[in-house]
Design a binder for this molecule. Structure first.
Ligand code: AP5
Length: 204
């Protein structure tokens, strides 16, 4: 099964994609993670992408597609790609989604989730209120210090949400017209949302 996960920043794409990939045996491909890895490794592609990420904008389509293409084999859940109509059209040449899951979350909840998120370099994700680590500021899995993503500062969060509205939200209509879209309410807890997602996936 191939899945595209759609939804605004902070709706829980990364959190749910991890759970879905474990439950259904899919490879989890996150363009945000791929880009952050390139930034950390200071590759030329990463340095270019950072300029856009720090401003809450989307990176150039060609750069992101190049990163994604290398991961499109076997059954996959795509998290954060496509992010605009052009990417959706480019993706279609290499990938056929069985379902597009759209996670719907209220705007004010999104801001709280993003500004309170703390991450670890091992990939673990926490939240200062909803999803705490056992010892404050320290990762449960590897004991490293947690930190805030540069683009989770409130001023960038607002820009990212604007970018989503303008560039990504038209994909809802695009996939709806193709009869691929299934929308899930993501305002509840992580587990509640996962149950709703599984109900949709089990009916495909
Ligand atoms: P990316 O990393 O994809 O960021 P995003 O889409 O903005 O999504 P996030 O990772 O911020 O949120 P999420 O929905 O995964 O939420 P999470 O599960 O972490 O992209 C970053 C940047 O890279 C972009 O701005 C862009 O510049 C660039 N980029 C990426 N893809 C691109 C593309 N295709 N084209 C061009 N540029 C691209 O949850 C958030 C927090 O909430 C966490 O703390 C979590 O613990 C908590 N949480 C999650 N679910 C719940 C819940 N149900 N209840 C309570 N708390 C919850």
């Amino acid at each position: 099964m191939n899945i595209i996960l759609l939804g605004p920043p902070g709706c829980g794409k990364g959190t749910q994609a991890k759970k879905i990939s474990e439950r259904y045996g899919l490879a989890h491909v996150s363009t945000g993670d791929l880009l952050r890895k390139a930034v950390a490794e200071k590759t030329s592609l990463g340095l270019k992408a950072k300029e856009y990420m720090d401003k809450g904008k989307l990176g150039p389509d060609e750069i992101v597609l190049e990163l994604v293409k290398q991961s499109l084999s076997g059954d996959v859940i795509l998290d954060g790609f496509p992010r605009n109509l052009n990417q959706a059209v480019m993706l279609k040449k290499n990938f056929e989604a069985d379902v597009v899951l759209n996670i719907n979350v209220d705007f004010r909840v999104l801001v709280k989730r993003l500004t309170g998120r703390r991450i670890c370099r091992c990939g673990a994700v926490y939240h200062v209120e909803y999803n705490l680590s056992e010892k404050e500021g320290v990762c449960d899995k590897c004991n490293s210090g947690l930190y805030q993503r540069d683009d989770d500062k409130e001023e960038v969060v607002v820009k990212r949400l604007e970018t989503y509205k303008k560039e990504t939200s038209p994909l809802i209509e695009y996939y709806s017209k193709k009869n691929k879209l299934k929308t899930v309410d993501g305002n509840g807890s992580i587990d509640e949302t996962f149950i709703k997602i599984c109900e949709k996936l089990n009916n495909i």
